[in-house]
Design a protein around this ligand. Structure first.
Ligand code: NDP
Length: 330
């Protein structure tokens, strides 16, 4: 299975500087939370990753616990790297995280120095890498001093095991405390990874302002609300094999009549502009230049391509944005 990357891969993708750093990220990045675990079909995952790279998606987002089972997405990605992508390593931004429960006992969860640095070593081993580009603390830890967690992150850079540092799921207030610590340690935070979509706008209430002030980039996870903001559930039925059909992270009972009415109204705005709902949802996030990248998931390369097509449409007009606001306000 010899792979040669598409020669035209940088022709259509657009890149944004991550905050005030010199690192550019693609407007759409691919996450491996679902669909790349040991329980998933390897060939399908490989095809999705390679199609993404062929389309200029240079950034791949992982975490120690992605799978299932935990760790297996990093193993899958390591295999794809080894078989196909390692010759292109310098063209790739690979991130991983630690912060959720990964192994038994008190040192396999949250934010201690012990957990973060051991976990990063294990992630590097699973992926067969010497370093990751971005190492994140995955979620705040109420029981570990912020200085300890931030120092462990900064030390991962000093040890040459990560090039940049990120935080994820930190509130505006927690970020305002953590970011100056990282700066004082000489390793400024590159990026924050919060949840953001048309259905979850929490970061508009302060976090984006903090990031802008500190010059930190923002990569938005679950931009399609795990598939709700696509054509997948518009009729209210739950397709076999879809994330909602598994009922773990997305529950079928979230498909209330109110939500379906909202999704269908958004879909009408998308259709009127010749777009799909997924494209609309992605373009809506990119309307704000503080959002560096939209971090999508995809269970097939067809979904990936539909999502990437968002970048081929003109930006949303003021009129379209107004219509969307009205629908979301309802
Ligand atoms: P999305 O909101 O993009 O949801 C992705 C899922 O939606 C796909 O797996 C697929 O589900 C469905 N989908 C995507 N595109 C289409 C399409 N065009 N048509 C129909 N269905 C579609 O993002 P995720 O929730 O997967 O999160 C993306 C990434 O963000 C993760 O992989 C991870 O890297 C990161 N993340 C980080 C978190 C954190 O705490 N830092 C938490 C969560 C995610 P299906 O086909 O299975 O129904």
């Amino acid at each position: 299975m010899v792979y040669t990357a598409n020669k035209n891969r940088y022709e259509t993708m657009k890149y944004r500087n991550c905050g005030k750093s010199g690192l550019k990220l693609p407007e759409i990045s691919l996450g491996l939370w679902h669909n790349f675990g040991g329980v998933d079909r390897y060939e399908r995952g490989r095809e999705t990753v390679l199609s993404a790279f062929d389309a200029g998606v240079t950034h791949f987002d992982l975490a120690n616990n992605y799978g299932p089972p935990p760790g297996s997405a990093e193993i899958t990605f390591g295999r794809i790297l080894k078989e196909s992508l390692l010759p292109y390593r310098d063209e790739m931004i690979i991130s991983t995280k630690a912060g959720y429960r990964m192994w038994d006992g008190p040192y396999g969860d949250f934010g201690s120095r012990k957990y973060l640095l051991s976990s990063l070593d294990a992630s590097l081993k699973r992926m067969g890498l010497e370093y990751v580009d971005i190492f994140y603390h995955h979620r705040p830890d109420p029981d570990t001093p912020l200085e300890e967690t931030m120092t462990a992150l900064a030390d991962s850079v000093r040890q040459g095991k990560a090039l940049y540092i990120g935080i994820s799921n930190y509130s505006a207030e927690q970020s305002a405390q953590a970011l100056p610590i990282l700066r004082s340690l000489g390793v400024p935070c590159l990026i924050h990874q919060p949840s953001y979509s048309m259905l979850n706008r929490k970061i508009e209430n302060g976090l984006l302002d903090v990031l802008e002030k500190e010059g930190v980039g923002c990569i938005c996870f679950s931009p399609l609300a795990q598939g709700l903001l696509t054509g997948r559930y518009l009729t209210g039925s739950v397709p076999e094999g879809s994330r909602a059909s598994k009922g773990v992270f997305l529950k079928p009972d979230s498909l209330t009549p109110e939500l379906l009415a909202k999704l269908n109204a958004l879909n009408e705005v998308a259709k009127a502009g010749g777009r799909t709902l997924a494209s609309l949802a992605i373009q809506w996030i990119l309307r704000d230049s503080r959002n560096t990248s939209v971090l999508i998931g995809a269970s097939s390369s067809a979904q990936l391509h539909e999502n990437l097509s968002a970048l081929s449409y003109p930006a949303l007009s003021a009129e379209e944005l107004e219509k969307i606001e009205k629908i979301l306000a309802n």
